[in-house]
Design a protein around this ligand. Structure first.
Ligand code: PLP
Length: 230
């Protein structure tokens, strides 16, 4: 049952909070529903979960339009500029801003909708060739640059840590991202708040919480394995 999976994940979040003396309210669980049908999302919604994550703009749009308006849709995947238009006014937070061009397009679309779009900057903290994201040493300049767009608000950082069987292997990356987050927060840049640190997935969310995550993105642990063949 999906609700049992969910409750187990929620328990483990609670335990990780206790271990690290953090309040459970400080950590938002984002249920990553990509590839999963509406019926499964409804099962999780019934347990008072309102935060859902998607990585394809058209899929986010479709699910947004099919489900109640109180849900909060997080755009967590790599975003192409020509697809930004599908999600502005629908996504509550874009976790994956990593180029000035993308930020520019988000700004333009947000202006059309007369809203200010909260975004996170994706950081390639482990410097993996296979991953998107800004390199650590460029994050401060990048944030200064995109914070000038009037219809964007920079709300924090996000990373996708390397795939590993042992979550302890990722602790150093989560620590580094937290440090970067605190450093940038301390600079008090206009239009930048650094309130959210989105890190941790099914395989490593507890370690991420211990290191300061405010948002964890859990898919497989709630919905089961994804089938990309259909
Ligand atoms: C799919 C995805 C997740 C969830 O991954 P699981 O290992 O299934 O928990 C989290 N973050 C991003 C960016 C994803 O694309």
């Amino acid at each position: 049952m999906l609700r049992d999976n969910l409750h187990q994940i929620q328990d483990r979040i609670q335990q990780a909070c206790l271990r690290s003396k953090r309040l459970p309210e400080e950590v938002t669980l984002i249920a990553v529903s990509k590839t999963k049908p509406i019926s499964m999302i409804e099962e999780i919604m019934a347990e008072q979960v309102v935060d859902f994550g998607e990585n394809k703009p058209q899929e986010l749009k479709k699910k947004y339009e099919s489900l109640p308006e109180n849900l909060r849709w997080h755009m967590i995947g790599h975003l192409q500029r020509n697809k930004v238009k599908y999600i502005i006014g629908k996504a509550c937070l874009i976790h994956s801003v990593d180029t000035v061009g993308l930020a520019q397009t988000i700004d333009t679309e947000a202006e059309k909708h007369q809203l200010i779009m909260p975004v996170l900057v994706e950081v390639n903290i482990a410097r993996e060739d296979s991953k998107f994201g800004v390199m650590q040493e460029n994050v401060l300049d990048f944030i200064k640059e995109i914070s000038k767009f009037p219809h964007i608000h920079v709300d924090g950082l996000m990373t996708i840590a390397p795939y590993t069987e042992n979550p302890e292997n990722n602790r150093k990356y989560f620590k580094e991202l937290k440090k970067l987050y605190v450093d940038i927060k301390g600079k008090n840049i206009d239009n930048v708040t650094m309130c959210n640190l989105s890190m941790g997935m099914t395989g490593d969310f507890e370690v991420a919480i211990e290191e300061g995550a405010t948002m964890v993105r859990v898919g497989t642990g709630i919905f089961g394995e994804r089938d990309y063949s259909i």
